[in-house]
Design a protein around this ligand. Structure first.
Ligand code: WTA
Length: 649
């Protein structure tokens, strides 16, 4: 817990803000503080106006019911349909021929859907689901590669009022099984296989055994993507292409109550069992619609590319529901940034004239490591705005992104939010907010965020504390699926009536938020609290370092000893000299207390398939414990190689 006696004072006096370029500002959705003033005057009136921009079948009688905290309800008695808001209304408004979804496969194949075409595909799949007995309130699991059918299936669920549970395609069959069992899905939508760096990876066939353990599953719908062989199970397995050929092209959207469940998305918590985060229909759509419009400064001719997978919240909110509810063209790519070559993303930006690009710091640091000559070989002049999400972006990566991808022209929106929040919460508005590299800047209008100490009092500028949200917001999770107790304990017990994010942060004297990472990753070294992210950022700041993960190794005297695992830029050799240099570099950046005790060089860090570094595993290695679950790792080899090296010491 925070303790002000340790002088946790931060300042940003060295930071010179980047102002929105005039050309950007003059053409943007908002270029003054009017939205902030409106929301400050009356937060609820602001959300009321945001909701008015959507198509409601029946208007709500009351904006919010906050009498049953923490079980908030929004848009009481309002009725709407999400797919109708994402598709039908744009077709009715004359955007039928506008591109809604543009896809490029790993092999270079490409498919485009106009709003009219996407609506037709979604209606057809809604008919398929309906014919298979799927009704309002039923759960459907989607475990797919990044192909258009994943999005079509999501939208078809929302059209019927079925609850989708998208499981990231890179999760193992066992993880899939756990999520199916929890959600009790009737239907699984999946593929024969997925393309990955030129190879094919079987999906359905690999899940055969685990699916036998899922009694709720009545039908499996298969998209044949790769031609990978699988054993078809009679009476259960059906082909997407055959089903779709037999149904009509119209399907009336079902009127959903604003508080009807929209989807479940599983996310890791502090225990082994994933949390089924539940979002509902009206509030979620209002939140993602408004944040997409203002954070990404929606313009008619945008081609928007969010590089997340639809299996994560970022994909749900800013590949599918935010962009489509605003009538934007959303672009998706099936593959990875380094196949067939390391300029794949820049090639796509050049080819499709992407205007807004939204990615994660971990990707940006890989791009840096590969070298700026790679993006320099492509025409990136279509870009006008960049985004970052998922973890704190270290200033060095921010500046590289700004210079080498944005060419100094494009503002960067560093957006802080969570699966639980549903929508972006702390973020710049790109035509308004002066940017400080490394800060997610300020709460979105209508969001009541703060940094507080252990007792729940707001901290002074420069003082570390806990990031909380003090008033409800429309896209907030409503509960954890069938686990109310965990919902209450995880988010609402720390400070009654206030949402606890689990992140540490500090605010500067301008009211900018600086996110320091999860509080469970905070170390205590000789009574001083040190954010693993702070040490990592300092290490990554060194010209030889590409990426770093810092953990606290239990230490008899100090409590924790800082241990760093570091990957170096290409061509740099890791030796004792460099270890010394890095230690003193960190000491210089933060203070002697933050100097790592041990530094290990490794060719890669253990990461989940979504790119998050698994510090838990590094802690296990450092403390010579039996390794925990490695099945969700992107590359399980990495752990073995670090373990070998660590053993040498
Ligand atoms: C972290 C992803 C700093 C944070 C949308 C949060 C960030 C967790 C940022 C949620 C950011 C996300 N700056 N940290 N811009 N964005 N985080 O649920 O620790 O996958 O609590 O949602 O990621 O991760 P999740």
């Amino acid at each position: 817990m925070t303790d002000s006696n340790h002088g946790d004072i931060f300042n940003d006096d060295h930071v010179k803000p980047f102002m929105p370029p005039d050309e950007f500002k003059n053409n943007s959705q908002v270029n003054d503080d009017s939205l902030y003033r409106e929301a400050q005057k009356d937060r609820y009136a602001f959300w009321n106006r945001m909701a008015d921009g959507l198509d409601w079948i029946q208007k709500w009688d009351k904006l919010i019911d906050d009498g049953t905290s923490p079980y908030f309800k929004w848009f009481i008695n309002g009725k709407l349909n999400v797919s109708a808001n994402c598709l039908d209304r744009h077709v009715e408004n004359g955007l039928g021929n506008k591109k809604a979804l543009v896809f490029e496969g790993e092999q270079g194949d490409s498919v485009e859907f106009t709003y009219t075409e996407l609506l037709k595909e979604v209606c057809k799949f809604s008919n398929v689901l309906k014919n298979l007995g799927v009704n309002k309130g039923d759960a459907v699991t989607i475990w797919m590669p990044m192909v258009p059918e994943a999005i079509i299936a999501m939208l078809a669920c929302t059209r019927i009022g079925a609850i989708h549970s998208v499981v990231f395609g890179g999760f193992s069959p066992e993880a899939l099984k756990d999520r199916i069992l929890d959600s009790k899905s009737k239907i699984l939508v999946t593929a024969d296989g997925a393309f990955r760096r030129g190879k094919t990876i079987p999906m359905l066939d690999s899940a055969r055994e685990e699916l036998e353990k899922c009694p709720s599953i009545e039908k499996v719908i298969i998209i044949e993507r790769t031609g990978t062989p699988y054993n078809k199970k009679d009476n259960r397995d059906l082909l997407y292409s055959e089903l779709i050929a037999e149904v009509g092209e119209n399907f009336a959207p079902v009127a959903m109550d604003a508080e009807d469940p929209l989807f479940i998305l599983y996310s890791s918590g502090t225990t082994g069992k994933p949390k089924g985060i539940l979002h509902t229909t009206g509030g979620y759509l209002v939140g993602v619609n408004a944040t997409f419009r203002y954070v990404f400064d929606h313009r008619e001719d945008d081609i928007f590319w969010c590089t997340a997978d639809v299996g994560w919240i970022t994909g749900h909110s800013y590949i599918v529901y935010g962009p489509l509810s605003n009538g934007t063209t959303t672009f998706i790519y099936e593959g990875t940034p380094d196949y067939p070559a390391r300029d794949r993303f820049w090639e796509l930006i050049e080819k499709y004239k992407i205007t807004v690009f939204y990615t994660a710091p971990t990707a940006i640091r890989s791009f840096m490591r590969w070298g700026s000559h790679i993006p320099a070989g492509r025409d990136l002049s279509s870009l006008r705005l960049l985004g970052s999400v998922g973890e704190p972006i270290n200033p060095e990566a921010w500046l590289w992104y700004h210079e080498h991808i944005g060419k100094g022209r494009c503002p960067i929106v560093d957006t802080w939010w969570q699966t639980e929040t549903g929508m972006i919460m702390i973020t710049p508005l790109p035509g308004v907010t002066p940017l400080k590299p490394g800060s997610a800047t300020k709460p979105f209008p209508g969001i009541d965020a703060d940094v507080v100490d252990d007792r729940g009092n707001s901290t002074e500028p420069g003082q570390r504390g806990f990031l909380v949200i003090k008033s409800p917001w429309p896209a907030m999770l409503r509960t954890l699926f069938e686990d109310q107790e965990r919902y209450e304990v995880t988010y609402w017990k720390q400070y009654p009536g206030i949402y606890f994010t689990g992140d540490g942060a500090w605010k500067d004297k301008d009211g900018y938020f600086w996110i320091m990472g999860r509080v469970d990753d905070v170390l205590n070294v000789s009574g001083h609290r040190i954010g693993t992210m702070e040490v990592e950022s300092a290490l990554v700041d060194h010209p030889s370092v590409a990426e770093a993960a810092v953990i606290g190794k239990v230490h008899e005297i100090k409590g924790h000893a800082i241990t760093a695992f570091v990957t170096l830029k290409e061509g740099v050799e890791g030796n004792d000299e460099l270890v010394k240099e890095l230690k003193s570099h960190v000491g210089k950046r933060i203070g002697a207390i933050a100097r790592p005790e041990d530094i290990f060089f490794t060719y890669e860090l253990p990461k989940t398939r979504s790119g998050k570094i698994m510090r838990r595993l590094l802690r296990d290695i450092a403390e010579k414990r039996e390794l925990g679950d490695v099945t969700t790792l992107m590359d399980p080899q990495v752990v073995a190689s670090i373990k070998d090296k660590y053993g040498e010491k």
